[in-house]
Design a protein around this ligand. Structure first.
Ligand code: IMP
Ligand code: MG
Length: 200
């Protein structure tokens, strides 16, 4: 059995990811010239992205991780954000860049921004590889953005479905029957609307 068999459509190929991540790294290096930002990777989805992004920073930087959970096992957001692992260090006076894989409803990032703001960072910015803009419920300022994607549940390059597929080197959509195996399909009628509170 190969992971490849489960793929319906590749949305962002490997080369496009590589090129865009390099551009984001160059932009951050320019913007933070003379500073030493603290990258805060959100576990677990951002791990591949943040490690590639760091390689393109030409300025000194540091890395820490924060783990949150707003999802059960499937594709449905609960709107409830829990901190599962806090930062190891103080961010007071630091230039913080939160690095996440994808902003979907925006609940997770909105919550993290509110929480980290209370710790007096010198600055606080958001870097997200993917912006699933059609699904946004909470406004989130995305200072560094990789790609805007349509309302599809994607996996690969760190993003998972039920813990799997993070190791795929591209961003893709799985065959509908794969999503259907454990949960309702993410494209099923009657799913979360952006007006309503998420029922995921
Ligand atoms: P939000 O709070 O709805 O913005 O959800 C953000 C988090 O949900 C992301 O950091 C991901 O971990 C997860 N997520 C949202 N959409 C997807 C997707 O299409 N594939 C995989 N994970 C997703
Ligand atoms: Mg995440």
């Amino acid at each position: 059995m190969s992971l490849q068999d489960d793929i319906d459509e590749i949305l962002i190929p490997e080369e496009a990811l590589r090129a865009r991540v390099r551009e984001l790294g160059q932009k951050i290096s320019q913007d933070y010239e003379g500073k030493e930002p603290l990258l805060v990777g959100i576990l677990t989805g951002s791990v591949l992205f943040v490690s590639d992004l760091m390689r393109h920073l030409t300025i000194p930087c540091q890395l820490d991780f924060l783990a949150t959970s707003s999802y059960a096992e499937g594709t449905q957001s609960t709107g409830v954000v829990r901190i599962l692992k806090d930062l190891d260090q103080s961010i007071e006076g630091r230039h913080v860049i939160i690095v996440d894989d994808i902003i979907d409803t925006g609940f997770t990032m909105d919550h993290m921004l509110e929480m980290l703001k209370t710790r007096y960072p010198a600055s606080l910015k958001v870097c997200a590889l993917l912006d699933k803009a059609p699904r946004r419920v909470r406004y989130v300022p995305i200072d560094y953005k990789g790609f805007v994607i349509p309302d599809k549940f994607v996996v690969g390059y760190g993003l998972d479905y039920a813990g799997r597929y993070r190791n795929l080197p591209f961003v893709c959509v799985l065959k509908p029957e794969i999503y259907g195996q454990t949960r309702q399909t993410p494209t099923a009628p009657g799913r979360t609307s952006v007006e309503g509170s998420p029922v995921r």
